[in-house]
Design a protein around this ligand. Structure first.
Ligand SMILES: Cc1ncc(COP(=O)(O)O)c(C=O)c1O
Length: 371
């Protein structure tokens, strides 16, 4: 494995120090939760710190699939975040020179781990002009006998584009016809603005769902994610990979994650309403400014705007001024292997006041960086 640190991690707010940023518009999660908000009364002192179930907390796995007609807790493997799930899947399915079809732009791990393995990637480049929509015909034409899996994200990071149900069905059909797998990274699924699609794993044993509690619920510090997969043999390989890395998951995180999901209905309406209000704030700002354009996200709490006239702006000066003069941070395009005049704008994490200040800062920093 040829590991290389990814810019999105090297330059992440937690690595810079959260206190170095006033208006943090770079996050892809909802505001981080306080343990007290949901764990009151949890008597962790009575929790036995033994090795946990290798598959993961039974009650938590039950809650993850409770609304899915044809999925059961045994199809769920808990992982260290969705990041851990993606690593397990890539290292289980790919060997050097195997092929993978993967959308771009993308959350860096979906590309970086296959690269570290030495796999060959066939990219599906999503286009702003096409509303960042996935073109299934393009996916089909990228398949070769060496393709091991197709990697898509719904809702997509960094654009907030969503798949349609017909596309999920088409992907399931492709997987079965060509004897390959489809990884659907559903880390942002609970933040879809419209009606929810079924979990991808419901469509076929060849569809693999990945998610976590990090994004919608602001719980990235719990490091609790999962894989859902109905293919028993593949599940067993995933479990072997997990056991070789860390035997089981952290028992405290899984206990807390279970307690949170037990009372999801108590937390979710407040979170969804706050994301919606912040989304309205960004839409309003978008309408009254002239520098940026975007495709409105259909889920998640990020969008991927770009400068309308990048040639008129000194982009390095813009990023510098944004942080140094206005205390504001966004995800630069290069985090997603895209030109730097694209930015990932995270609107779920900051307070409404910070979001308002951050949006004004974008306007001011562009003005200050005109050529
Ligand atoms: C699409 C996607 N998948 C997976 C992850 C990993 O998240 P976590 O490991 O916190 O669940 C992220 C984080 O940004 C992401 O954007």
């Amino acid at each position: 494995m040829r590991y290389k640190r990814m810019p999105i991690e090297v330059e992440s707010p937690e690595q810079m120090g959260y206190d170095t940023i006033r208006n943090n518009l770079s996050e892809s999660s909802y505001t981080d939760a306080l343990l007290n908000e949901f764990a009151e009364g949890a008597d962790l002192g009575r929790l036995l710190l033994c090795y946990a179930s290798h598959e993961g907390h039974e009650g938590l796995r039950h809650l993850i699939v409770k609304d899915a007609a044809n999925l059961k807790p045994a199809d769920v493997l808990l992982t260290i975040g969705a990041a851990g799930a993606l690593f397990i899947i890539a290292t289980s399915l790919l060997e050097k020179d195997d092929e993978l079809i993967v959308v771009r732009p993308n959350y860096a791990t979906n590309i970086e781990t296959p690269r570290a393995i030495g796999a060959t990637m066939r990219f599906i480049d999503l286009q702003f002009e096409n509303n960042w929509a996935l073109d299934i015909d393009q996916v089909k034409s990228a398949i070769t006998p060496k393709t091991r899996y197709i990697s898509v994200t719904h809702p997509h990071n960094p654009t907030g584009a969503c798949l349609e149900e017909t596309q999920l069905k088409q992907l399931a059909g492709i997987a079965e016809t060509h004897n390959l797998y489809v990884l659907v990274d559903e880390t942002y699924r609970d933040m879809v603005f419209g009606p929810q699609l079924p979990l991808a794993a419901e469509y076929s044993p060849r569809m693999i769902s990945v998610s976590s509690l990090s994004k919608t619920y602001g719980l990235p510090g719990l490091r609790t994610g999962w894989i859902i997969c109905r293919d028993r043999s593949l599940y067993s390989t995933f479990l072997a990979a997990k056991e070789q890395m860390h035997i089981c998951g952290p028992i405290i995180d899984e206990e807390l994650a279970w307690r949170f999901l037990l009372h999801r209905d108590r937390h979710f309406p407040r979170i969804a309403a706050d994301i919606q209000a912040k989304f309205e704030q960004v839409k309003h700002w978008m309408q009254q400014q002239g520098d940026w354009e975007w495709v409105e996200p259909r889920g998640g709490c990020v969008g991927f705007p770009r400068l309308k006239a990048p040639q008129t702006v000194d982009i390095d000066r813009f990023y510098k001024s944004l942080l140094a003069d206005y205390g504001t941070y966004v995800g630069p395009g290069h985090w997603f292997a895209m030109p730097r005049h694209y930015i990932r704008l995270g609107f779920g994490w900051p307070t409404r006041q910070q979001l308002a200040e951050g949006l004004n800062a974008l306007t001011a920093a562009v003005k200050a960086s005109r050529r």
